[in-house]
Design a protein around this ligand. Sequence first.
Ligand code: TXA
Ligand code: MG
Length: 343
Amino acid sequence: MQTQVLPPTPDHLQQAADLIRAGEIVAFPTETVYGLGANAYDESAVQKIFIAKGRPTTDPLIVHIHALHQLAELAVNLPPVAYPLAERFWAGALTLILEKSARLAPNVTGGLTTVGIRMPSHPVALALLRAADVPICAPSANLFTRPSPTTAAHVLADLNGRIPMILDGGSTDIGLESTILNLLSDPPTVLRAGGIPLEALQSLIPNVRYQPRYLTAEEANPAPGQMLKHYAPRAALTVVLGQGSRILAYILAKEQEAQKNAQKLVIVALEQDLQALAVVESPCVSLGQDLAQAAHNLFGVLRDLDEQGVDQIIVRGVAEDGLGAALADRLYRAAEGRVEILD
Ligand code: TXA
Ligand code: MG
């Protein structure tokens, strides 16, 4: 199959919508990451997503909508807080876990009785949803366990020849996936930190809890989204936290080891943290000046380092406030749990 990468002109949007309505899958930009979409009412179209990504069919997909009235079609017994949340945070990077309606294709939710729903704010995503006129379920448009794609080039690198079309809307704004909020638990629980910080949700749900879980492949039947290895680069990545001087000493020791073993080591940190590492000989890559820039850049940096054939990556971790919680989560998963705390 030929994969076309097209700018989102009105013609190409219509073509993409026609493909979705004909039971095909299409990659498109959202404000978080690129998604790989199918008609959420069409079971065989949804099946194509799992095949193209190499994703286990037990891992459920998020359903995307463009208008609030669609919520009542897709979910039942909505808890009262759902609408105020939707009004405050949609269109945007918040996914609500709700009780699913019978209309959805069963494979969208991997057999669960719940469904994740969000309204993306990216104009191309909204235009596609309106033109297709069906809810579109879409995971991130990467191969299973690869970092999520934040540009059309990332999607092409993973899915070339596996999907008919990628709408190229440039690089995505936030760069990390949506926050997933389970409204069926009491109190409501954030299952995945993401583009909307926990602190913002607390204004409407003061007792909201953050409960990420990290399971290895060996642990039987992980619940959705809890697999530890999920955003892994090919290089071995280690996150370091703690005092600057101890981090520097750690890096210098690892550098000697890497030189002895002829391994390519790269250091990754926020711009201001790199200054303290000026004496390091290994290449250093900046994530940017603040958490928003770091979120925007992280997955692209990991993909670039893979392309360069880097063997080891040491990333200086970030504080878990605001977007930092989502960043720390993605780093922890990319590191498959290798975190050194150097206090
Ligand atoms: O920002 C995003 O959320 C992007 C864009 C494309 O919208 N999508 C995305 O989808 O990140 P995906 O499939 O890569 O991640 C969705 C996560 C998975 O970890 C899945 O297990 C979880 O959401 N999920 C989906 N439905 C769920 C449900 N009913 N209960 C619990 N977790 C669910
Ligand atoms: Mg994903």
